[in-house]
Design a protein around this ligand. Structure first.
Ligand SMILES: Cc1cc2nc3c(=O)[nH]c(=O)nc-3n(C[C@H](O)[C@H](O)[C@H](O)COP(=O)(O)OP(=O)(O)OC[C@H]3O[C@@H](n4cnc5c(N)ncnc54)[C@H](O)[C@@H]3O)c2cc1C
Length: 264
């Protein structure tokens, strides 16, 4: 093959399996601002392989929608969520939705009822806890607490954990994991109307003893995530390889990209 021929060969297309239909089996208000929805359906077995902090896509399609969408129909909007817990025996998948107000997914979850339909795919991604980590600092807000709970459950014994969770107020404190004891430092925005992520930034500035075996798992508002990452790498000189950082949502942007690792 000549250079000219090889230049026009397109890369193989990644074929994504179609979203799977599921049904809402249970809805539970965990805190005033968080709803846990349990989905059930066939074909959920792959969620048994979810890595800690894995993600999935939920597709908000009309009740009578079919997949794939009809030729001229737009692809239904989707949002990224965490497959918090999967019970293989019952084929139940739990997702915890933050009720933040004006958002497609937030509004859907506020109104979710048993029997409602949803389309989803996944799981994908997730965090591989580095074998040499002896201390993991978890930096989370209410949207990443489900993922943080999965990370805590996967921690090896040799690794101690320190958790910072920023939430609106005391009523939003919730158990990170029913399986593993954890004692997060709760940071409440409400008293000072703090900007999302700002209390996490301040908390991280106070951290000491950042030995080379200290690693960081950071997931929160995208702007705050970048400032925290820059503080740790630029001001504290921490190798980026010790950080797993991710923007879970961004001020003023809907359907914020789910692949924001803060690399720019
Ligand atoms: C890998 C990954 C896993 C995630 N897992 C979860 C999860 O398990 N549970 C969960 O609740 N969220 C999770 N999120 C975050 C969720 O995808 C976003 O919050 C998403 O924007 C919600 O969609 P929406 O339709 O409600 O709002 P959108 O339509 O996307 O946004 C509408 C408006 O609301 C604002 N907004 C979005 N989220 C918030 C928020 N939390 N607080 C305040 N304002 C907000 C936006 O800036 C925008 O102005 C995850 C994100 C990622 C990338």
């Amino acid at each position: 093959m000549t250079d000219a021929q090889s230049a026009v060969v397109p890369p193989p297309r990644k074929v994504r399996p179609p979203p799977r239909p599921v049904i809402v089996e249970a809805v539970e208000r965990v805190t005033p601002g968080v709803v846990r929805v349990t989905f059930t359906g066939d074909n959920l077995a792959s969620f048994a392989q979810s890595k800690p902090g894995a993600h999935m896509k939920l597709f908000f399609a009309p009740e009578d929608a079919t997949w794939p969408p009809a030729r001229d129909a737009p692809r239904p909007p989707s949002r990224t969520y965490t497959p918090r817990r999967f019970d293989a025996a019952r084929s139940q998948l739990e997702v915890e939705f933050v009720l933040h107000g004006d958002g497609l997914a937030s509004r859907w979850s506020e109104r979710a009822r048993v029997g409602d339909r949803m389309l989803l795919n996944g799981p994908g991604g997730g965090y591989q806890i580095p074998g040499e980590a002896r201390r993991l600092v978890i930096v989370a807000d209410e949207t990443s607490m489900p993922a943080a709970g999965m990370v805590v459950e996967a921690l090896p014994q040799a690794c101690r954990v320190e958790i910072f969770c920023e939430i609106d107020n005391k009523a939003e404190e919730r158990t990170l994991s029913p399986l593993v004891a954890s004692a997060p430092t709760w940071l409440h925005r409400a008293p000072d109307r703090a900007k999302p992520g700002s209390l996490l930034e301040t908390a991280l500035e106070g951290l000491t003893d950042l030995t080379p075996d200290t690693y960081f798992w950071i997931a929160c508002e995208a702007g705050a995530m970048r400032r925290i990452r820059d503080f740790l790498t630029v001001r504290r000189g921490i190798d980026r390889a010790r950080l797993h950082s991710r923007g879970y949502w961004k001020f003023g942007e809907f359907n914020y990209p789910d692949h924001d690792y803060g690399n720019d």
